[in-house]
Design a protein around this ligand. Structure first.
Ligand SMILES: Nc1nc2c(ncn2[C@@H]2O[C@H](COP(=O)(O)OP(=O)(O)OP(=O)(O)O)[C@@H](O)[C@H]2O)c(=O)[nH]1
Ligand SMILES: [Mg+2]
Length: 509
């Protein structure tokens, strides 16, 4: 089962069902059921950004078609199931089953015109999907945000995908081109789109995709990739929680077990070439295909599609240094060189770790909406009562914080930058030292700083803030008070974390 907040909301749903009509009860039940589902992450980004390749790396299996020519034209949802199965769901609500193709992949021909497909529902027996559902979205060709006037298009999202992204609890945006400081319009368009899609630094991260191709040839791209991603994270701080550089192709090859012992041997033959010969061979894909080398043309093509030039160069360097290196160890090192472990870690920290709060917040918003719009006024009253009662519990203050931070982060209620960042840290960080920006402080100092912060927010709520800002400021002020109480009451020697400020356990451990 999930974490404490989700469990609480699930209990609340059960209680509400007994108090409302069967119509509203059915809807509450649906909300409650969704809490048991794994966290849903949508992968979005422009055409050919490498989204499907990243999806395969995350699943640990090559199932989503990826190719220079082949594009994802429909939304595809990958979730855990007892058997491998593909259902094409058409816009009229019908489902058509298909087998995986002979390579174990979703066939590129679905038997139904793409325009009639609502989405493709793929269940797989992959363990990776037990606690994560991954949604692959089609990318739009680059459009001019200014002339199209639609912000979603500026980030490469079509109408169907927009619905999927909004329905997912978390989003990974894959960028390839550099996000530039002087491109204010593009940054603003992305921020607007992300607000419309209900994504924010709380539930969205960016990936700087195809990081291996940044420097061209086999040169080490990581110094450049790291700096670029850091700059982009700064520029996009209002839109995504972090930007992580990744060479998804290497990650896919490693995670989906696509490198064979024969590939390893071919790489070893290349690694044994004189350094100058190898450097020339790896200077471009054309040279790699055409210059003389002790490896067949077919084998070279295989290596290019699995590793590309940087991956081949990296593997050769490893094999040159240690000619007895086995395939397994080589694959492990390639995975390290893909930057994927950091992405996994970020996904775990940002999404899985927060999924309790993200999912509980999601359910709460849906219940609140139902309390406002249910057909029967008695249902609305019963729902409002139940929600009010639940939210009085201090444990749920975290949800209020998250809701407040989400409003600020999406621009629904604009806060001055420093206040916005203060609030987001309070709502999402698990360590009081991080929340308060005091990495080396002791408990007394932390408590004093939390009380001071509570006072600052309260003072602003009464003098300076607008009405909507003031409501958020009150929530933040109480959050800092609870944080102060928590750091001063915890037994000495325990790590400074707790339920009210952000201790959220992983979803399923
Ligand atoms: N060198 C390199 N190539 C990559 C990487 N990721 C993807 N590619 C290649 O880029 C091409 C497009 O990748 P896809 O994963 O199909 O991209 P996509 O975003 O899903 O494309 P659409 O669905 O058509 O929008 C394929 O040929 C991939 O092999 C990477 O990290 N490095
Ligand atoms: Mg794709």
């Amino acid at each position: 089962m999930s974490g404490p907040l989700t469990t609480g909301i699930a209990t609340l749903c059960h209680e509400i069902v007994t108090k409302v009509s069967s119509d509203a009860g059915g809807q509450v039940q649906q909300i409650g059921d969704r809490l048991d589902d794994p966290l849903r992450v949508a992968i979005a980004g422009r055409l050919k950004a490498g989204k499907s390749t990243l999806v395969n790396a995350l699943i640990g299996r090559r199932v989503a078609p990826t190719a220079a020519g082949e594009c994802t034209r429909v939304v595809t949802r990958f979730r855990y199931g007892p058997a491998d199965r593909i259902d094409v769901v058409t816009r009229d609500g019908n489902r058509h089953s298909l087998p995986l193709d002979e390579d174990g992949m979703v066939p590129s021909r679905l038997g139904v015109p793409a325009s009639r497909v609502a989405h493709v529902d793929v269940t797989l027996t992959s363990d990776r999907l037990r606690d994560l559902t991954v949604v692959d979205t089609p990318g739009l060709a680059s459009t001019d945000a200014a002339s199209s006037g639609r912000a979603e298009e500026a980030v490469g999202i079509d109408a169907d995908s927009a619905g999927e992204v909004a329905a997912a609890e978390a989003v990974v945006y894959v960028f390839t081109q550099a996000v530039r400081a002087d491109d204010r319009q593009a940054l603003e368009a992305f921020h607007t789109a992300s607000a419309r899609l209900a994504t924010s630094p709380i539930n969205a991260i960016g990936v700087l995709g195809k990081a291996d191709t940044l420097t061209g040839g086999a040169d080490d791209p990581w110094p450049v990739a790291g700096r670029l991603a850091g700059q982009q994270a700064g520029l996009l701080a209002r839109t995504v929680g972090d930007v992580v550089p990744v060479a998804a192709l290497l990650a896919e090859t490693a995670e989906a077990g696509r490198l064979t012992a024969a590939d390893r041997d071919a790489l070893a033959r290349l690694a044994a070439l004189p350094a100058a010969t190898l450097t020339l061979l790896l200077a471009s894909a054309d040279l790699f295909r055409s210059r003389p080398a002790p490896v067949s043309a077919e084998q070279r093509e295989r290596l290019l599609t699995r590793l590309d030039l940087y991956g081949i160069g990296f593997a050769c360097a490893q094999l040159a240094a240690d000619p007895r290196l086995g395939t397994g160890e080589l694959v492990r090192r390639l995975l390290g060189a893909s930057g994927f472990p950091r992405l996994r870690d970020t996904v775990d920290r940002t999404f899985r770790w927060r999924c309790d709060a993200i999912k509980a917040g999601w359910a709460l918003t849906r219940l609140q909406r139902l309390a406002g719009f249910a057909a029967d006024p008695r249902d609305r009253a019963a729902l409002r009562d139940a929600l009010e009662q639940a939210l009085r519990d201090p444990a749920y203050h975290r949800l209020r914080l998250l809701d407040a931070a989400q409003r600020a982060a999406t621009g629904a209620v604009a806060l001055p930058q420093p206040w916005e960042q203060d609030l987001i840290r309070l709502a999402t960080a698990d360590d009081p030292r991080v929340v308060l920006g005091l990495p080396d402080a002791g408990d007394d100092e932390l408590a004093a700083a939390a009380i001071a912060a509570a006072g600052r927010w309260r003072a602003w709520a009464f003098d300076g803030a607008g009405p909507a800002q003031a409501r958020i400021a009150q929530v933040a002020s109480r959050g800092f008070h609870l944080l102060a109480r928590e750091v001063s009451t915890k037994p000495a020697g325990e790590p400074a974390t707790g339920t009210t400020t952000g201790e959220v356990r992983p979803c399923r451990t």
